[in-house]
Design a protein around this ligand. Sequence first.
Ligand SMILES: [Zn+2]
Length: 376
Amino acid sequence: MNNSREIDHLEKIVLELNAINEVAPFLRAQGLQRPVVIADQNTYTAAGQEVMESLQEQGLQTKLCLLDPNETGDVVADEQAVVQLLLEVETGITDGLIAVGSGTIHDIVRFVSYKTGVPFISVPTAPSVDGFTSAGAPLIIRGVKKTVVAVPPMAIFADLRVLMQAPQPLVAAGFGDMLGKYTSLFDWKISHLTGGEPYSEQAALITEQALNSCVQHAAEIGERTEEGVRILMTALIESGIAMLLFGQSHPASGAEHHLSHYWEMEYLRRGNRALLHGAKVGVACAEISRLYHAAVEEGLFPGQQPEALRKYGDQIREWIADVPTAAQIQELLVLTGGPSTREELGIDEDLFAESLREAHLVRYNRHTLLRALNEA
Ligand SMILES: [Zn+2]
């Protein structure tokens, strides 16, 4: 998997018990002496303190950047967090950034890494998203979410001991983010077929295999056994690598992600506390599946079918048969202890209806069946 330009940056992936202990030897081998460790209060307790101590014991001059939460108590990847970290990066001195945390902390660090040219190392504290290796950072600037160019980490040290202790909702969210691949892989084929968007069999296969291994081990993931957590984290990393290889988010992000982003933006506007990304994606995946299966049963676009979709109707019917029903997806979500309905998530009926009508506008250049249905 090292035949791609982008992935050259990702040199090392360690997923094992006590992986944290390998951070210092790696930094030393790279000639990096003065790293900044970035964490929040929770992830500092979970792993950050241990990382700091291990680096200091091995003679590295380490500085801590403890990110502050906002008014609602969350650490958010916004301009305040970005500046807080920038203030800790000393030009010509700081030579490494170590992100200790889940997705949000990684997004802050990967953006600052890109802007300062200081390489970053990933220490995930929960198997909660597939974005650890992402080359883009979703930031919230002046209250609006936008994805900006950033860099993937130079290395990932995923410590199973730490990941197994991650709060259960974060593990369920990671599983929800993986289940989202059922509809993202379907929508990717639709975008290729009807919109001529690029497609990669290899990236699709990596993503599909990662999804299947999670589904086969859903019970162990729900119980947070060592094997279950290893399988989930492996799948999340593989899904991230598929996106890096392909160079875009198509393999892992379709209408279910657009729905989730729509809810997220509305929550931002309302000043509500953010929901976990993967929790939203899992529920959105079930709802998109419900919509797609119903649309196919009703003959896709009775009366006014767009040309391309009329032409490809049989193909679409064949592909939808591979997407589990909403009930099956919800059953899997329940098995891992995550929210399985929009009521549990707290998405009210008005927001839900509005999001189904408008979510395709979140990323309008991307073809999905949702966009086709809404435009028919
Ligand atoms: Zn996702």
